[in-house]
Design a protein around this ligand. Structure first.
Ligand SMILES: *Cc1c(COP(=O)(O)O)cnc(C)c1O
Length: 352
């Protein structure tokens, strides 16, 4: 890895961050707070929340096996994705390299930040092409984006290939593990000591069933974490979100139960869809969704919409012609999907 200073935009490296009112007395006991221009009434919502979410991070540290000092929390993973650009990528100068197809936000945030985005196709079977990714790198490449298990293909990427990229690329490698809870692959967040250039993303939105509270995690070295903390909005995770997240973490057995149920449903739904006449192939998945190649994805998509069943039409995405991305739902929802697909009849071509 290059020295961190060579990877970070100079305006960020030299930034004097905003100092919160409460940073200044930190560590002392106090009961009268006349420092932040808050209204003294309407407790507890009158007070600014903890800008560094320390209680939440200390619980997460135990659950995730990552030191609290290496955890960043943001307004969804999307905040962490945007911060990576703002910290490392000089607009109109630097570029990033990413697998394709993958999660759309990496490219959207590149466009918003005016940073060149180099999409490098996976192999036809959605496996990682480490050679092609490394070949796309030049002196201005600051970040490589990987997603494992990958969205929309569902498969976990080959660990050896990811490690090779981490070792050979001199910049930052982001591994988005939003779906790692559904995979048997060992998560990369436990390898921060081995890879100083690694940033791992996790989220409360998938297995943890809390997409509405908007809470995402990034795991990285203390040096990279310090940059995230410098650039983020001071109170980026609101009090209600912090409280609800603490409640979620108090019921880990419930989360494990959901995991078992969803994996069990996945094991039943995949082969059932694969054997339908309308399905050409189902791709192996390590996530709570799967990609299915259909005879006519767009027609089937609209047919399902008419029956109130919404899946994701990925037909226009690179390597995903005629593919639907289907999330694993409750047993009832999955049965509704299967029942509808079994009744599907293609509209005959108009006779001449
Ligand atoms: C769903 C998803 C996320 C979650 O984003 P949040 O902003 O945390 O809701 C992140 N990465 C990938 C690849 C996803 O599919």
């Amino acid at each position: 890895m290059k020295p961190l200073q060579d990877l970070v935009r100079s305006c960020i490296w030299n930034l004097t961050p905003y100092s919160c009112a409460r940073d200044e007395f930190k560590g002392r006991v106090a009961s009268v707070f006349l420092d932040a221009n808050e209204n003294p009434y309407n407790n507890p919502f009158n007070r600014y929340p903890d800008p560094l979410q320390e209680e939440l991070k200390s619980k997460l540290a135990t659950v995730k096996g990552v030191a609290a000092s290496r955890i960043f929390l943001g307004n969804g993973s999307d905040e962490a994705i945007d911060l990576v650009y703002r910290i490392f990528c000089e607009p109109r100068t630097d570029n990033v390299v990413a697998i394709a197809p993958t999660y759309g936000m990496y490219a959207v945030c590149a466009d918003i930040n005016d940073v060149e985005y180099r999409a490098v196709p996976l192999h036809e079977d959605f496996t990682l092409d480490a050679d092609a990714l490394l070949a796309a790198v030049d002196d201005h490449t600051k970040v490589i984006w990987l997603c494992s298990p990958n969205n929309p293909s569902g498969n976990a990427l080959d660990r050896k290939g990811i490690e090779r990229i981490l070792n050979e690329f001199q910049g930052i490698v982001v591994v988005d593990e939003a779906y790692s809870d559904f995979s048997d692959a060992a998560p990369f967040r436990l390898d921060l000591d081995r890879f100083p250039n690694l940033i791992v993303l996790n989220t409360f939105s998938k297995l943890w069933a809390s997409a509405a509270i908007r809470l995402g995690m990034a795991f990285a070295s203390e040096e990279i974490l310090a940059l995230f903390n410098k650039v983020k909005y001071p109170y980026n995770v609101n009090q209600l979100t912090q409280q609800q997240a603490l409640r979620v973490l108090d019921d880990i057995p419930h989360i494990q139960q959901w995991r078992r149920t969803l994996l069990n449903e996945r094991a039943h739904l995949l082969p059932a869809v694969a054997e339908l006449p309308v399905c050409r192939a189902v791709y192996p998945t390590d996530a709570n969704f799967f990609l299915a190649r259909m005879t006519d994805a767009s027609a089937i998509y609209h047919y399902l919409v008419d029956r109130g069943i919404i899946v994701r039409n990925r037909s226009r995405v690179q390597l995903c012609q005629n593919c639907l991305r289907i999330t694993i739902g409750t047993p009832q929802e999955n049965n509704a999907l299967l029942g509808a697909l079994r009744q599907y009849r293609p509209t005959p071509a108009p006779s001449l």
